[in-house]
Write a protein that binds this ligand. Structure first.
Ligand code: FES
Length: 111
């Protein structure tokens, strides 16, 4: 699995591995690296907002909730200042592209 380091905000805040985007997001419950495309139909979870409980991210396309704790458990990661290093669930030799993705304000607390 690729171990990748990228920015927690601004340019380069997204790594795309074999076409799947990952971003660092920080809510009131803490920070983590999340898959930015919904596993259901690819909705833009980087633009999602937490529900009233803070436990689910609500898809901006379908208003369907995805468990935030489940998303967090998928990607082991450690933040070090302005960067984060994450173990991405993909095969070795995957195509990696660094780029920028905007986050909803609720996912960019303290970034
Ligand atoms: S794409 Fe999965 S809930 Fe919208």
């Amino acid at each position: 699995m690729p171990v990748l380091t990228f920015a927690v905000s601004g340019p380069g805040n997204c790594v795309e591995v074999d076409g799947v985007p990952y971003v660092y997001a920080r809510t009131v419950q803490g920070g983590s690296v999340l898959r930015a495309a919904c596993p259901h139909r690819g909705g833009p979870l980087h633009l999602a907002v937490p529900d009233r409980t803070g436990r689910q991210l609500v898809c901006p396309w379908h208003e369907r909730g995805t468990s935030l704790s489940r998303l967090r458990k998928e990607i082991p990661a450690v933040r070090n200042g302005a960067t984060v290093t994450a173990v991405i669930p993909a095969r070795a030799g995957s195509t990696v592209v660094h780029r920028h993705l905007p986050l909803s304000p609720e996912l960019a607390l303290g970034c």
